[in-house]
Design a protein around this ligand. Structure first.
Ligand code: MN3
Length: 206
């Protein structure tokens, strides 16, 4: 067995119904996230020994130092592994609403108000071409929150950003229920956002 194991989803597959259906959750977790886990294990062994002792987020944050022969695979599978464990935890049953506490204040500061943020996040994430993720991130250089769209499984960490809230818009995340209507999936997803978790990540990172 490799270093990485499939992280658990902290609620039942049906718990996010009707916004995200149980079958999509099950396949997404047991097939897709498992595949990134397997790919990461296969490629982690090819890293220089001292790099294998590092935490995955640190390796992603210094992706340019990963040997070229394995960089693309670590970027893809490592990003996929990390992105999905963040994703399961930044959702919960009966989530949503507008955030309070420090993350709410930071969103207001960066975007004006929550509805403006939500609209920008939704519009830009819906418009991602092909497969990718929409993210709310902390930029450690400016201490401000930003929106960032990332292609495929590339982590915001690879650009020095701290991921706080992620939305997977690969078709595998929504096609069974929403087919081509990504905009409807994005709209429904706001009902399951776990703001306590996002606030927790923000508090640790700022
Ligand atoms: Mn996915």
């Amino acid at each position: 067995m490799g270093k990485f194991t499939l992280p658990e989803v902290p609620y039942a597959y049906e718990a996010l119904e009707p916004h995200i259906d149980a079958k999509t959750m099950e396949i997404h977790h047991t097939k897709h996230h498992q595949a990134y886990t397997n790919g990461l294990n296969d490629n982690w062994d090819k890293l220089p020994t001292e790099m294998q002792g590092k935490d995955l987020p640190d390796v992603l944050a210094s992706i340019s130092t990963v040997p070229e022969s394995v960089r693309g695979a670590i970027n893809f599978h490592g990003g996929g592994y990390d992105n999905h464990r963040l994703f399961w935890n930044n959702m919960k049953p009966n989530g949503g609403g507008a955030p309070g506490s420090s993350i709410g204040d930071a969103i207001n500061k960066a975007f004006g108000d929550f509805n403006t943020f939500k609209e920008q996040f939704s519009t830009k994430t819906t418009a991602i071409q092909g497969s990718g993720w929409g993210w709310l991130v902390l930029n450690p250089k400016t201490k401000n929150l930003e929106y960032k769209a990332m292609p495929n499984q590339t982590s915001p960490r690879t650009e020095g950003l701290v991921p706080l809230l992620g939305l997977d818009v690969w078709e595998h995340a929504y096609y069974l229920k929403y087919q081509n209507k990504r905009v409807d999936y994005v709209g429904a997803w706001w009902n399951v956002v776990n703001w306590d978790e996002v606030d927790n990540r923000y508090s640790k990172a700022k």
